[in-house]
Design a protein. Structure first.
Length: 141
């Protein structure tokens, strides 16, 4: 049952990315271009994500456990750490340069040509190398 819920959720997410234009790199780059030809339409995508998520967190807080079993994840740490700041800067730079973040990057694999494959490969390599790089950084301190 959990796999079916995950499949339905992922499919709905991917459909939302496609309909909203989040898989269109020029639209995303237009959203990030505040000082140039700014495209504010993705603000609606952001609002469309934040509002249901805020409702879902309220509902989850009033429940003891998820309907599909297991337990809810613990609330993330609210402190701004150096890891959070550095990771956000790297993520933002990659998003601004490529016009894709992880969800749309995977969605673009179906139509993105070789550029989408290169981006997704580099993104996956970065994800794999992140943990050893953090260990190396912490051992040097």
């Amino acid at each position: 049952m959990r796999n079916l819920i995950a499949l339905a959720s992922g499919s709905l997410f991917g459909l939302g990315l496609l309909i909203s234009g989040m898989v269109d790199t020029t639209r995303v780059q237009g959203w990030l271009d505040f000082l140039g030809d700014w495209d504010p339409t993705l603000a609606f995508v952001l609002g469309g994500a934040i509002i249901p998520m805020a409702i879902a967190w309220r509902v989850a807080a009033s429940r003891g456990a998820p309907l599909s079993g297991g337990s809810f994840p613990s609330k993330p740490d609210q402190r701004i750490t150096s890891d959070l700041a550095i990771g956000s800067l790297i993520f933002g730079a990659g998003w601004g340069l490529a016009g894709l973040c992880p969800g749309p990057a995977f969605a673009s694999l179906s139509f993105g040509g070789w550029e989408g494959l290169v981006f997704a490969g580099a993104m996956i390599a970065g994800m794999v190398l992140a943990v050893p790089a953090k260990r190396l950084r912490l051992s040097a301190v």
